[in-house]
Design a protein around this ligand. Structure first.
Ligand SMILES: [Zn+2]
Length: 186
């Protein structure tokens, strides 16, 4: 099932999402498969559950399409259930980011270069891993969604002011020419 993407202006994107248990989500695998399908259909590199209207701590990533540019992305297709994130070191990097919930907005965002993350997969296997570079960036962006944070919260206030008109349009569902369906959840 392909979900519409919940966009900026929807209060659910500002909530701290809840952890799930195996008991409360017997259909976890279906949900995760739907999240991958929705992400691929929308041409996204990551998708967090609040973006499909579910305030729970799950996100998926897939950057395997960039394998030609960066061979280390070959197997970067993953689901993170109940993740816990820790930034490592002091190194920060600026990169241009976008978000399915903020269609047609791209801005430079400063983020830590290295992270450590613990999480479960769809079979409730536990993992503890470290990432850097683009992978760490995608993970931090998606993890922020679980805490109600959007990348525009991290840009300079003047830039954000300039985006006001665009943000206003998005929050009314007024966005043209994007390859996926959006929804404003009030
Ligand atoms: Zn996003």
């Amino acid at each position: 099932m392909i979900y519409p993407i919940v966009v900026y202006g929807s209060p659910i994107l500002r909530l701290v999402a809840k952890e799930i248990s195996a008991e409360s989500y017997p259909n976890l695998k279906t949900l995760i498969a739907d999240m991958f399908d929705t992400m691929h259909k929308s041409d996204g590199m990551g998708l967090a559950a609040p973006q499909i209207g579910k305030s729970i701590r799950i996100f998926v990533v897939d950057a395997t399409s960039l394998e030609d540019e960066d061979p280390t992305l070959k197997d970067f297709r993953k689901v993170f259930v109940n993740p816990k994130l820790q930034v490592l070191g002091e190194d920060k990097i600026v990169m241009n980011e976008g978000c399915l919930s903020l269609p047609k907005i791209r801005e430079d965002v400063d983020r830590n270069n290295r992270v450590k993350i613990t999480y479960y997969d769809e079979d409730w296997n536990y993992f503890e891993e470290e990432y850097e570079g683009l992978k760490a960036r995608v993970i931090q962006h998606e993890y922020d969604h679980l805490d109600g944070v959007l990348f525009i919260d991290k840009i300079n206030p003047l830039r954000k002011k300039l985006l006001k008109g665009k943000l206003n349009d998005i929050s009314k569902g007024k966005v043209d020419n994007i390859p996926y369906k959006i929804k404003v959840l009030k």
